[in-house]
Every structure is written in structure tokens, then in C-alpha cells.
Design a protein around this ligand. Structure first.
Ligand SMILES: Cc1cc2nc3c(=O)[nH]c(=O)nc-3n(C[C@H](O)[C@H](O)[C@H](O)COP(=O)(O)OP(=O)(O)OC[C@H]3O[C@@H](n4cnc5c(N)ncnc54)[C@H](O)[C@@H]3O)c2cc1C
Length: 375
């Protein structure tokens, strides 16, 4: 095995069973399960170190909550082995907050992460399983079995996985399906700003939501909007307005983009697969992407290992994803579409729409369950 992170530029191995582009939650999980199945895998990532700079609200459901949210996904405790050192705060309640400040409160077990430590731990787990990493190197193009780096080097593999996030090079080059990307801004602010996880809705974050996630002496505070709802007002203005409601020293500011139209129609083309944000694996009704990318990564790895070892079709990946996550994703897309209608209403009507009678129905939408008995 070539030592990870130490692939000598002068004499790199160029032939692999599998190359994974991107070592975030999707890529490192794919690599971990491939290596555990004795598949020879190289992860290439443009960042050094992987996981920085931080671009995240850092909230994940606890394992127990994930089992309730995604009941068809097996062996969650093997998949999500978040070390205690990567969990900044554990919370038990989520509040949906209306434009006038009314709160609908729900029991919800959520962990606010130290996301950088979380992603480092995923890399370490994949390396311990035997995966190899080449970091600080961007992939420029992918053709057939060839991966060309920006510096001109070429690596080859029988199967190539695009886990490069919303701007993945394989997705850009070989898929022409568009996703709706939502721009997001956030800060880490010192101080205690809430006792619960908060999601705020209404004109303060048109078509999206704002969040306050308490994080051990500071808070992760941010918001995302749908541009078409924002009437030419910029994300920066919405973010500044919301963040200025809170007091404390800002120790970090970040931004990013989230694919919010759900999974694309196909994840496999010939020997290329997409996983994580690259495949749209973010639940649009709540923005959860970390755990969903990891679920996708494990399924992709199992399908690839079986393909290489037993000749089964790579398309088994899509069928298994559908079996484990199809209903959750469908419910989430529906809730997002319905939310997009409600969130075009003026704030006073949104306020009325959030009430004791609609409370459980709204929560079912946020948590990707069926909202009506028919659908
Ligand atoms: C501001 C913000 C807040 C968020 N908050 C939350 C949250 O609170 N909870 C949650 O669950 N999800 C959240 N998400 C979503 C979550 O971060 C993503 O869904 C998740 O990171 C997807 O994992 P991934 O591995 O698919 O992609 P990424 O984590 O984006 O990893 C992709 C990797 O690929 C590498 N890469 C990309 N292109 C190339 C290339 N050409 N060559 C080499 N390497 C490349 C990148 O360097 C990166 O390391 C948030 C996203 C944003 C932007």
C-alpha cells in the first residue's frame, strides 16, 4: 500500500481499482467501505487539509434520531461513528420560529459538530481501513478510466467516483442535469444565543431558512435563500440583518452553496458514479447533507466492490439507494415544493400558517415524513 498523503509526485502509482474525487463525507465514506472490502482505492482532494475551510451549519441528527428519520437504512452505528471530540454540543429540542418570533417546539436529538474534526476523523477511518489519499491536488477532467490533474498528471482506475460536492468535475463534464443551488452564509459567534436548535422562517430568509445552532460557548448562525424569492436583495444583506440580531464576537465567517432540488435522476454512467452533493443527496426540506452523503457513500462502495469482485452491475447502487432512501427523499422534495409555495406568502400569513393545528404537519415536512395520508 502506498502511504496515504505521501504519494511521491515523482513516482506516483497511476493504476487503481477505484479513484474517488473528493474526500469529504461522501468520498471518505465511499473509500472507507471500499478499503474494508479489500478494494484498492485512491482519494484525490484539492484541499489540504481536507475539511477546511469550514463551510457548514454543523448540525447532524444523533444516531438514534437518524434511525427514526431513515428507518430503511441499516447499521447506522457502524456508519456514523462520530468521535466525542468532534461533537461540540448535544441538544434535545428544535424550535421552528415564525417571523413574529412565535416558537413551535419539538423533541429532536441533534449534535452540533466540530465539522473540521468530524471530516478529519472520516479521513482517518478510511486510511485505517487501507484507503490512500492524494491531497492538495485538483482534478481537472475525467475521461473513461483516466483522471487528469490540474498539474497534468494522469491516474487511471476501473471505476471513478465523483464525490467533489456541488461543483464535482465528473458531474460538470458528463451529466447535464441542473440542480437548484442555494447560496448560504454563516458565522461562528461567541456567546450563548439559544438553549435549543432554532430554524427561522419567513421574509428574513426568502425560500430558505435561517438557523441558530448552539455550540459550546458559541453559536453557528446563518441562513440560505432561494435567489428567485429575494427580489434582487443580496444574500449578504439578508445574512447581515439576521446575524446583527445577536451579540457576540464573530470568530469566523463562511459561505457556500447547497444543492436543494434533491437527488438527480441517475447516479451511474458507464464506469463513473456520483455520490453526496454531486448527486444531489441533500434533503431539501431541512438541508441535511452530511449524514445523507455518508449513507450514499456506503451504498456506492458496496455496489462497486460487488461489481469488481462478482461482476454485478454498478446500477445496483441506484436500486439500493432507492430502497434505503427513496421514500425519505421523495417526502423531502414534496415538502420543499410545498414550503416554496408557503414561503412566497407575506410574513403575517406565514405566521398564521404556523399554528397548533399545523404543527405536526409542518414537523412531518421538515423531518421528511409523509405529510398527508395520500402522499
Ligand atoms: C454553508 C453550509 C452549511 C451547511 N450546513 C449543514 C448542516 O448543518 N448539516 C448538514 O448535514 N449539512 C450541511 N451542509 C451540507 C453539507 O456540508 C454537504 O451536504 C456535505 O458536505 C456533502 O458532502 P460531500 O462529501 O458530498 O461534499 P463536500 O463536503 O463538499 O466535499 C467535497 C470534496 O471534494 C473536493 N473537490 C471538489 N472538487 C474537486 C476537484 N476538482 N478536485 C479534487 N477535489 C475536489 C473538495 O475539496 C471537498 O473536500 C451545509 C452546506 C453549506 C455550504
Amino acid at each position: 500500500m502506498v502511504e496515504s498523503k505521501e504519494l511521491a509526485p515523482s513516482q506516483p502509482r497511476s493504476d487503481w481499482d477505484v479513484i474517488v474525487i473528493g474526500g469529504g463525507p461522501a468520498g471518505s465514506t465511499t473509500a472507507r467501505y471500499l478499503a474494508q472490502a479489500a478494494v484498492d482505492v485512491l482519494v484525490i482532494d484539492g484541499r489540504d487539509p481536507i475539511g477546511t475551510p469550514l463551510q457548514c451549519g454543523e448540525l447532524v441528527p444523533s444516531n438514534a434520531e437518524m434511525k427514526r428519520l431513515c428507518p430503511d437504512v441499516p447499521e447506522m452505528d457502524d456508519l456514523f461513528r462520530t468521535p466525542a471530540s468532534a461533537i461540540a454540543q448535544r441538544l434535545q429540542e428544535m424550535h421552528l420560529v415564525t417571523p413574529s418570533g412565535k416558537r413551535l417546539k419539538f423533541p429532536f436529538e441533534g449534535n452540533v459538530l466540530d465539522r473540521v474534526a468530524h471530516d478529519e476523523a472520516l479521513v482517518q477511518r478510511a486510511e485505517q481501513a487501507g484507503a490512500n489519499y492524494l491531497i492538495g491536488q485538483r482534478v481537472e477532467t475525467v475521461e473513461g478510466e483516466q483522471v487528469r490533474l490540474r498539474d497534468g498528471r494522469i491516474f487511471t482506475a476501473r471505476v471513478i467516483v465523483g464525490a467533489g460536492g456541488h461543483n464535482d468535475p465528473i458531474r460538470r463534464q458528463h451529466w447535464n442535469e441542473e440542480s437548484t443551488n442555494i447560496p448560504v452564509k454563516f458565522v461562528l459567534m461567541d456567546g450563548v444565543h439559544s438553549e435549543a436548535l432554532e430554524l427561522h422562517f419567513g421574509g428574513l430568509a426568502p425560500g430558505g431558512y435561517a438557523w441558530v445552532f448552539p455550540k459550546d460557548g458559541c453559536s453557528n448562525i446563518g441562513l440560505g435563500i432561494q435567489r428567485s424569492f429575494a427580489k434582487d436583495r443580496s444574500l449578504n444583506l439578508f445574512a447581515d440583518d439576521f446575524i446583527s440580531r445577536y451579540e457576540g464576537k464573530v470568530s469566523y465567517s463562511g459561505a457556500g452553496s447547497l444543492p436543494m432540488s434533491g437527488t438527480i435522476s441517475s447516479f451511474v454512467k458507464d464506469n463513473h458514479l456520483l455520490v453526496g452533493d454531486a448527486a444531489g443527496m441533500v434533503l431539501p426540506s431541512n438541508g441535511a447533507g452530511i449524514t445523507i452523503a455518508m449513507i450514499g457513500g456506503r451504498i456506492a462502495a458496496q455496489a462497486i466492490a460487488s461489481h469488481l469482485q462478482n461482476g454485478t452491475p454498478l446500477a445496483d447502487y441506484e436500486a439500493e439507494w432507492q430502497r434505503q432512501m427513496g421514500a425519505v427523499m421523495t417526502n423531502s422534495k414534496r415538502a420543499f415544493r410545498l414550503g416554496s409555495i408557503i414561503f412566497r406568502l407575506p410574513d403575517r400569513l406565514i405566521d398564521l400558517a404556523f399554528n397548533r393545528l399545523t404543527k405536526s404537519f409542518l414537523w412531518r415536512g421538515v423531518t421528511c415524513r409523509r405529510m398527508f395520508w395520500l402522499f
